[in-house]
Design a protein around this ligand. Structure first.
Ligand code: SAM
Ligand code: SF4
Length: 321
């Protein structure tokens, strides 16, 4: 359906858990509070919300978290959501630490794409930024995912003083492995320090100095606002998701469902509609609440100017990245 600003809303990102097997320093600090399991939506509730969302025109779903694969039954949920009339695509975002053991199931479930987060190719740095993760495991997951034929993208978040010296190395990785590496601008959510962020414009300039043949790639590669570049006769490519420096709110097509059942119309605000009470009612009541949530989507994010004092302070892992 269309929102108040004539944007077609056809994409829902669903956080199925706030828990994670890593502790990325900008996302989920050690010792942060976990939501009790009885406050997390059941898979049946998620399926029901998706059926109703499909009636309102949601066509694409992204499963995220926290780390989606730490919740048992994640691949079964993907299979179920794939079978809903009107849903064209179900993709998943993961840190890749335990992805390898689910690859066959995922393929069988018909997942339409896998995004794997990887900020550095240095094992010590990887362990540092993720609070103990294994670079080997995520690299193996990326290879397996790419070999499986499922469209695979790597998401890299660059931060000043941490991995800015790896920008070209990560791009080389994209060309060597034949995958898309997307640079994501750091957003001021939760504990992330916005002064650490680097603009994608700067990253593109650096890449063009290294690879002057890098050109705009207008082929569609996904559901979101990423802008892609590729090189002639070279596999793989580079994407840019520039939430801060190239505001794409006017074409935003998404809403989010948190693990506790709140619909967040925009990532940057802490406002939304809690669907939990409506889950006790009829499908029509739930549909009306979802419709209201879509219609309450603001015109744009508030990352740069703080409006209404309602900017998001929860952790990225709690709202779903
Ligand atoms: N655990 C999964 C993973 O790491 O891919 C899925 C959830 S994680 C929150 C999804 C993505 O959000 C990751 O690529 C992570 O780097 C990104 N992320 C976390 N905090 C962020 C922030 N403040 N700004 C931009 N991206 C962020
Ligand atoms: Fe976990 Fe993903 Fe957050 Fe890292 S970015 S702590 S892997 S949810």
């Amino acid at each position: 359906m269309k929102d108040h600003f004539n944007r077609t809303i056809d994409y829902m990102r669903i956080s199925i858990t706030d828990r994670c097997n890593l502790r990325c320093r900008y996302c989920m600090p050690d010792g942060c509070e976990k939501v009790p399991m009885d406050r997390i939506l059941t898979y049946e509730e998620i399926e029901r919300i998706c059926r109703i969302a499909a009636r309102l025109g949601i066509r694409k779903i992204k499963i995220t978290g926290g780390e989606p694969f730490v919740r048992l039954g994640c691949t079964d949920l993907i299979r179920t959501l794939k079978s809903i009339d009107g849903i064209d695509s179900v993709t998943v975002t993961t840190n890749g630490q335990i992805l390898s053991r689910y690859m066959d199931d995922l393929k069988d479930a018909g997942v339409d794409g896998i995004n794997i987060s990887l900020d550095t190719l240095d094992p010590q740095r990887y362990a540092y930024i993720t609070g103990g993760g294994s670079l080997d495991r995520v690299l193996e997951a990326i290879r397996l995912a790419a070999e499986s034929g499922i469209p695979t993208k790597v998401n890299s978040l660059i931060q000043k003083g941490f991995n800015e010296d790896e920008i070209c190395r990560l791009a080389s990785f994209a060309f060597q492995e034949g995958v898309l590496v997307r640079f994501i601008e750091l957003m001021p959510i939760g504990i992330a320090d916005p002064s650490q962020g680097i603009s994608n414009e700067l990253i593109l300039q650096m890449l063009l100095e290294e690879w002057p043949d890098l050109g705009k790639d207008s082929r569609p590669h996904g559901n979101g606002p990423a802008v892609y570049y590729s090189r002639p006769h070279t596999a793989g490519g580079i994407g840019f998701i520039s939430a801060i420096h190239n505001v794409f709110c006017s074409s935003c097509n998404r809403i989010r469902l948190t693990s506790q059942g709140q619909i967040k119309p925009c990532l940057s605000y802490d406002t939304g509609i809690d669907l939990k009470p409506y889950l006790k009612g009829t499908d029509e009541e739930l549909e009306a609440a979802l419709r209201e949530a879509i219609l309450s989507k603001p015109v744009g994010h508030c990352f740069e100017e703080k409006r209404f004092g309602s900017e998001e302070h929860r952790l990225m892992s709690q709202i779903g990245g």
